[in-house]
Design a protein around this ligand. Structure first.
Ligand code: PLP
Length: 367
């Protein structure tokens, strides 16, 4: 199978499996796992933050970081309506932490417009919730892997600083953002107060995320991680591949981006495909079908499955994600398969009329 649904499908490399087998471990709840300590130190240094902590998942990382900033119940976090924290993290910040979402529209490129942020910040008034945090996402999953520019992020930082607000970055794929922008990752993370990034997506580790930021925030995240049941014991077996994710795998993301460009350009040459090449910035490629009905999208995905290619129905279209387990040749095979399946579907009236019976898209694209 050529699995293009998500970069979460990466399997640990041979070197990672070996590092897991040989990892020096201790009880991390006692702070005695040397491999975890090494990873946390390297992670903090890499993203230019005072402290960092390993957490089992990106969702727990975002949740604990947001709760660390918004410690007063009823305070608000400003989020984009297409953000992962709002769409796909089970409402945990509000459900578990009493934090209210103040939702602003996400622009097509993943930005939150400055004027919307200005309007969203509440006045210091007894009637209003206390605005406690702005949350950005880079790269932006639901916008198709777009990288927020440094210029934009700098503007948000200037605005947030003026309002005395911290900024948390859902940087699940911030290393992809850095590659796309052609900068060291710290150039991106310097512009936010705290960041969560995933070791388990394009970086290939089997599990784990990092939250990094000022020490008082990371100390709070540490307690919240325990509260959420994320204090783990000999977790060096997962930190060991995390170290390789940071030191080795971060260097090869450029290849995934090149493969994504190849896919995107190939797709753009197909008559049935509607794709905005200007929004393909990283390892995610999203497109729609011109006769866009849910049945057409599901028909394409099913047809591809029959050709051993896995794609994800995504918003009103399809998502393909490149990663370490997908080669340039695999991308070519996938493109040929897409072309063939679309051609065979063209004879089908349900497809061309856009009148499938099931016009509802399932909520996917969360990974
Ligand atoms: C942008 C973004 N943030 C956060 C997450 C959550 O990560 P995890 O699946 O490790 O909880 C994901 C992936 O699922 C994601 O794509």
């Amino acid at each position: 199978m050529i699995d293009l649904r998500s970069d979460t499908s990466t399997r640990p490399t041979v070197a990672m499996r070996q590092a897991m087998a040989e990892a020096e471990v201790g009880d991390d709840v006692y702070g005695e796992d040397p491999t975890v300590l090494r990873l946390q130190e390297l992670a903090a240094k890499t993203v230019g933050k005072e402290a960092a902590i390993w957490v089992p998942t990106g969702t727990m990382g975002n949740l604990s970081a947001v709760l660390a900033h918004c410690y007063e119940r009823g305070s608000e976090v400003i989020v984009g309506d297409q953000s992962h924290v709002y769409q796909y993290e089970a409402g945990g910040m509000s459900g578990l932490g009493g934090v209210a979402f103040n939702v602003v529209p996400t622009q097509r490129n993943g930005e939150l417009a400055l004027e919307d942020l200005m309007e969203a910040v509440r006045p210091d008034d007894q009637h209003c919730a206390r605005t406690a945090l702005i949350c950005l996402e880079n790269t932006h999953n639901r916008c198709g892997g777009t990288a927020l520019s440094l210029e934009y992020m700098r503007k948000v930082k200037t605005f947030a600083d003026a309002k005395g607000l911290p900024v948390h970055l859902d940087g699940a794929r911030v290393f992809n953002a850095a590659v796309s922008l052609g900068v060291h990752v710290s150039a991106v993370t310097d512009l936010v107060t705290s960041v969560q990034f995933c070791l388990s997506k394009g970086l290939g580790a089997p599990a784990g995320s990092i939250v990094a930021g000022p020490k008082p925030i990371i100390d709070r995240v540490h307690r919240l991680r325990k509260m959420l049941g994320g204090g783990m014991r000999q977790v060096g077996v997962l930190a060991a591949p995390g170290l390789l994710a940071l030191t080795e795998m971060s260097k090869r993301l450029e290849e995934d981006h090149r493969n994504a460009q190849h896919l995107a350009k190939g797709l753009a040459s197909l008559p049935d495909v509607d794709i905005d090449l200007d929004l393909v910035h990283s390892n995610i490629v999203t497109f729609r079908l011109r006769h866009s009905s849910a049945s057409a999208v599901y028909g394409l995905v099913k047809g591809l499955q029959g050709r051993n290619v896995l794609a994800l129905p995504f918003r009103a279209g399809v998502r393909l994600v490149t990663h370490n387990d997908v080669s340039f040749k695999d991308c070519q095979v996938a493109l040929d398969a897409i072309k063939d399946v679309l051609e065979s579907m063209r004879d089908n009236t349900t497809y061309t009329n856009g009148s499938g019976t099931d016009e509802t898209f399932a909520p996917t694209g969360y990974q």
